[in-house]
Design a protein. Structure first.
Length: 583
């Protein structure tokens, strides 16, 4: 066990004071050295001034329930985005050159990256938040309502200029970004609406073309087509029944007409009825045809018949009608066919009948009906008129049956393909409805975006407002010279005490009877106190005077440093008096 360990086991206050008296030089010299260094650091450390502005984030003037803004980012997120856009290498270098933030030597010594990094460290951005109620969720949250923007520099004028430049950049960039974002949103929605409108026009054209192509098989016409088929069936049945009745009527009228003469018989003054000129002409022509096949052209009967025929034709103004000629030709051909079956081709009756047929054919080819005499038999005219009316109605019904059959086939084909047409038609209608709904939604969003764009252009939306512009700083923000002095005093005391403690720890000298008794195990017989001679006493007095002088010089030095580095003494005195309520 050494002397220090023994002494450390039960020291009193007197012992510690004895150590301080004995080692006061080790206490004072390190403390004075540390204090001088700290005071020099506080005096020589160059001041840094901060020019700071406060920017308020104002909410939009128009209620959000009326006009929704297209900018949905939070304020702090918007501030960070603006910061990234502003704190670019080009912007920083422009500000540095414009306001001489760094000296020419620093610009030569540092790279562009180092300059940009140091500049960003000098910029101070602090967000100011408040407890608010989120209007979208209704829950309490923290919202950024303002932020401070400042710049540190050794020259207060440069700090103010750069702070002003940064504030201007933030305000302009916020306005530009919000206006550009709202304008881009509006342009995008306008282009989408135009494209969607074109798509709607295409779908409408396709639907119109499809409806034109399948106009009879559309879903809305399905029930109508079914009823139309039933109606067409009834019309066909009625038309067929009516046609059968008309066919029967026509046959009856044709039979009755064949039994009547076209011309009424003439009545002589004596009351005797004779054949009409037309009937006589027909009879003469028949007799002429028959005899001309037997006799030659110079035969007296032939010549007589020709004179009578010519006279009657002159009197009637024409020859037999085409109908009579056709009837005579058919009868002659039928007679020729009958003779050909019974006789050879060179039989006199066959030869004569051949000549008669040829003559009738020539007469028919000459169109002997040009001067046809109109019928004058009222009964024949009446039956003939009824027959023509019946035949006309028959032809009409036949055409109608053809038309109804074609229409029925067309409607039945439309009914058969109606399911496939309905499926495709419904799909096209659904596409058109969906596209139209999407177009209406986009148009609604476009109108909202245009309102938002007007809101931003007129600066009625959320905006940055400078409420506290950057001023020329009067007091530096660093260094804190008072804190340095306090820290220096603490470090000085710690250095002195630490030096004394280290010296005591390393010193093994026995200095009192207690330590000696503990070391030897027996108390000493006599203690002789230390007597100072006159020279030592004079040295002690000089040391005290130097200590008092040094303390006074230290206090004066602290006052001078406070006056010049922290705050003038008169200002500090008036502030103290105001704090105490005595000013």
């Amino acid at each position: 066990m050494n002397a220090f360990e023994l002494e450390d086991q039960g020291k009193s206050l007197g012992d510690y004071l004895a150590i301080l008296r004995r080692r006061h030089r080790l206490l004072l010299y390190p403390a004075a050295a540390v204090l001088v260094l700290v005071v020099l650091a506080a005096l020589l450390w160059p001041p840094t001034y901060r020019s700071e502005a406060t920017i308020l984030i104002e909410d939009q003037e128009v209620p959000r329930e009326l006009v929704q803004s297209t900018i949905t980012t939070f304020a702090n997120q918007q501030i960070q985005i603006i910061t990234q856009r502003i704190m670019t290498m080009s912007n920083i270098l422009d500000i540095v050159r414009k306001h001489d933030v760094y000296s020419a030597e620093e610009l030569r010594r540092k790279s562009r990256t180092e300059i940009a990094g140091d500049f960003q460290k000098r910029v101070h951005l602090d967000l100011i938040s408040a407890d608010v109620i989120d209007p979208r969720s209704g829950r309490p949250t923290q919202a950024t309502i303002a932020f401070t923007l400042g710049f540190d520099h050794g020259n207060p004028a440069v700090a103010q200029q750069v702070a002003n430049e940064l504030v201007t950049l933030y305000l302009n960039e916020n306005l530009r970004q919000r206006t550009q974002q709202s304008s881009s949103t509006s342009q995008f929605l306008r282009a989408e609406a135009s494209q969607m409108k074109g798509r709607i026009a295409e779908l409408e054209a396709e639907l119109a073309e499809f409806k034109e192509e399948h106009k009879n098989a559309l879903p809305e016409l399905y029930q109508y087509n079914l009823s139309l088929v039933d109606r067409l069936d009834r019309d066909l049945a009625d038309s067929r029944l009516r046609l059968k009745e008309l066919e029967k009527t026509r046959l009856e009228l044709t039979g009755r007409l064949g039994q009547l003469n076209r011309y009424a018989p003439a009545t002589l003054p004596s009351g005797e009825q004779v054949l009409s000129d037309y009937d006589r002409l027909r009879a003469l022509r028949s007799e002429y045809s028959r005899k001309s096949s037997v006799y030659s052209a110079s035969h007296p009967d032939i010549l007589r018949l020709e004179r009578e025929i010519d006279n009657l034709e002159a009197a009637l103004g024409g020859s037999l009608s085409a109908e009579d000629q056709a009837t005579a030709l058919r009868a002659a051909e039928d007679q020729l066919a009958s003779l050909t079956e019974r006789y050879q081709s060179d039989h006199p009756e066959v030869v004569a009948q051949n000549r008669l047929v040829e003559q009738l054919r020539r007469q028919s080819a000459r169109g002997s009906g040009a001067g046809e005499v109109p019928a004058d038999n009222p009964a024949w005219v009446l039956i003939h008129t009824q027959l023509e009316s019946t035949e006309a109605e028959v032809r009409f019904l036949q055409d109608k049956l053809v038309e109804l059959g074609a229409r029925q086939a067309e409607v039945e084909a439309a009914i058969m393909k109606a399911p496939a047409v309905e499926k495709q038609y419904n799909q096209m209608v659904l596409d058109l409805q969906n596209t139209t709904a999407k177009y209406q939604e986009i148009v609604s969003k476009q109108m909202a975006a245009e309102l938002s764009q007007s809101l931003e252009q007129e600066r009625k939306g959320q905006r940055f407002t400078l409420i506290d512009p950057p001023l020329r700083p009067e007091d530096p923000v660093s260094p804190n010279r008072v804190a340095l002095l306090l820290i220096g005093i603490i470090l000085a005391g710690a250095a002195g005490v630490g030096t004394v403690a280290a010296a005591e720890m390393l010193d093994e000298t026995v200095r009192d009877a207690t330590t000696l008794a503990e070391l030897t195990g027996a108390p000493p017989l006599v203690e002789i106190p230390y007597w100072k001679i006159a020279a030592e006493q004079a040295k002690d007095h000089l040391r005290k005077r130097l200590l008092l002088g040094g303390s006074a010089a230290g206090v004066l030095l602290v006052i001078v440093v406070f006056h010049f580095a922290v705050k003038p003494l008169d200002v500090a005195w008036f502030m103290l008096m105001n704090r105490l309520g005595l000013g």
